[in-house]
Design a binder for this molecule. Structure first.
Ligand SMILES: [Zn+2]
Length: 63
């Protein structure tokens, strides 16, 4: 039997490879959390500033 290794190697932030923070696990910061989230949603890093975007259908759904 081997030794019981309790040491957990911290995985680096998958976004920027910095040491991850428990608060933002597995990321290092809220910024990287948002970046990863945006990757899932569409791959756009930019903040949603849809000035000339298409009208949201849920905005006015009367009839
Ligand atoms: Zn990061």
């Amino acid at each position: 039997m081997g030794e019981a290794v309790t040491f957990k190697p911290r995985r680096p932030c998958p976004i920027c490879k910095k040491p991850s923070q428990p608060k933002f696990h597995p990321f290092c910061s809220n910024r990287c959390t948002q970046i990863d989230l945006n990757r899932w949603l569409g791959g756009h890093y930019a903040v949603p500033t849809e000035e000339d975007g298409p009208p949201s259908p849920e905005d006015d759904t009367k009839d």
